[in-house]
Design a protein around this ligand. Sequence first.
Ligand code: HEC
Ligand code: HEC
Length: 304
Amino acid sequence: MRNPVSAWTAAALVLAGSLYVTAQEPRPQPPPGGRGGPPSGLQQPRVNAGANDKPGVDPVAAAEGKKIWALECITCHGTNARGTDNGPNLVRSLVVLRDRFGSALGPFLKRGHKMQSGRSSALLSDDQVLMLAHFLRDRVNDTLRGSSEFEVKNILTGDAKAGEAYFNTEGKCTTCHSVSADLRGYAGKYEPVDIQQRFLFPRNATPGGGRGRGRAGGGAAPSPATAITVTVTPPNGEPVSGVLLQLDDFTVSLRDASGWFRTFTRTPALKVTKTDPLAAHRALLETITDKNMHDVVAYLETLK
Ligand code: HEC
Ligand code: HEC
């Protein structure tokens, strides 16, 4: 008789192997030292988690989540998270259905859940939890809607008038955007699917001027103004600011306004302040509802 565990293990290894290959393909790179994706704050309860309020899926994060899934979860919960003899169907799990960007999955995994590597899930970073959350959300969407294609075809189901109202009031979009300036003629620039993607998951420009590829980029590089910056203040010196190149526990490197590379050894006395120009934009993801999202996209689509 076939042993289901080893069959799944084999499937996981095959999958992990093929993912290794796809990992070689170009993809939008997270900025060095910076972290892609929405902010963490995983413990905070999310508002508006009703039926009409499904969070969006970032395909890049979901693809990363799929790799973690293959390495740590697939043998028990199955390729599409629909369960095996060793673990329940997560597409129907309340933990997953109520989750918004790790809000429920994070606390569950932080309590310590078994993983294939034998490590405890409490060791997963917030970013890894977030990627798993995107992967699982994608599986739920596939199940609810038949396929992820469905969502793409129905992007323009929103109400443009309601979107305009949201844009000008509750969404506070006008604090940073104007339909007569930066978003003027926006609909003419991108396909609806790219508009939704660019609006929900704008990418930071990378220091090398590299462009985000794939759907998220919608064909155009993010503006240099979206690069993550850093200000370093030595204990007895002037603050130095520039585009963040690298930040780890030991060093911080930046390129200043005149193009010089500066590297500092990190010490407790060295003050390092990182600024992500898209932080406020990402925070949107925590409150925007599915309806708001579709309405806004419908509105943006009228900006011809
Ligand atoms: C060795 C098998 C195994 C592995 C590996 C495993 N799980 Fe589980 N998982 C289970 C079992 C059994 C349950 C049900 C009992 C429980 O909650 O512990 C479960 C429950 C869950 C639940 C809660 C479902 C609910 O609604 O109560 C979530 C969420 C979950 N797993 C996610 C994951 C994720 C994410 C991973 C990989 C990081 C993972 N699991 C790895 C076996 C496994
Ligand atoms: C705190 C400032 C801020 C707020 C508030 C904000 N955005 Fe943005 N948004 C940005 C920045 C910065 C970018 C990145 C621009 C770039 O890449 O050139 C961006 C990107 C975008 C893009 C993609 C632009 C492109 O070039 O493709 C769209 C669409 C967008 N925002 C719509 C919205 C909407 C709709 C709202 C309100 C729900 C909103 N934004 C709220 C700052 C903000």
